[in-house]
Ligand binder design. Sequence first.
Ligand SMILES: [Zn+2]
Length: 279
Amino acid sequence: MVSGSVSGSPKKTSTSSPAYAAALLANWLRDDPNARELSWVVDAEAAAAVFAARLRKGLIGETARIAHIFVVHPGNGVGPTLTSVCRKPFPWYDLEFETALGKPMGQPCLGCQAMLAPPPPPVPIAPPPADRTSHADWAGWDRYYRELGWPVSEVAGQLLLAAGPDVDVVVISLDRALGEQVREALLPMRAQPPVLALPTLPDQLLFIVERTNIPAPIPKGVLMLAAAVPLYPSPTIAGEAMWHIAPDEVEDVRRCNDMLLLTTVNTVRAARPRREITS
Ligand SMILES: [Zn+2]
């Protein structure tokens, strides 16, 4: 829906074409540079309007008339200028829009294209070797953890994940039953973090998540571990540290952070009777 007050009379047009809406507004502004109350509201249910436009003929040299890309989000109104994806402001009445021409708009703006391009895929990290019989050199797990960006060090025959406020990852320990519920709740969000199980802490699951440093209250049954944690395949006095969910089994080890985990704990708690969780 585009509307406004143009040359003293109210105007209102409903259209599903963003280019038509944009062209209409531009025309109104050209007819009456003092047009007021101009608004273009993209239906809240609709996708954002994405379209190309370039400066009209005669305003700049022909070769400089590159086509920029514009995005107007649902519910957004418009002002006297429209800002391209490459962050250049244009007065509406200086632009011509793609469907007004009905043909490609000439050279596309590389800046706009670069901004809209999807981010490069993460560099794949080779998983540790499947042969896990020899622990003499950690079977490649130490290299793998370091490639994940985790600060690990070998101390007294264990492969330890460092802890502390300067470390980008944080280990959050949950009561096992609560941990299983939180793990399930994180799955549909595709935010499953690696989860460690230590034989020395049989009633706990240890979630390894990104640290945000946003202060938050720690719910009952949750512990932020302040000591270095032995990672698989480190021996402990009660047996080998094990992955409950290994880092090579999750989509992205950086997807879950401490805030999301604590929020999920509270959500799970609110949704289920307390005795189910603490038993
Ligand atoms: Zn551009």
